[in-house]
Design a protein. Sequence first.
Length: 95
Amino acid sequence: MLSILLQHSESNRKRFGEANGIDTLLVCISAYKRSAPVGGDEEEYAENLFDSLCSSLLFPANRAFFEKAQGIELMLMCIKYLYPSLPHLLSNFFS
């Protein structure tokens, strides 16, 4: 639901960033920095986290929050440890 709201409204992306949403997403994503999601439900949850992050980063101010919260470093850790499932999870991150 969150990813849909963030995809379709710039005002939602702005409010999300102002409400510390980037930090919250990064905390949730950090659970996957050293282990891949297991099972269909967990994979879908992780995919939704990454989709939400990608959508929120469409708002320029959120990119600053992301960099300040060391989001780039976290994404690099995820790439390193989650490589087998990463293309599916981050398919929209680099597009």
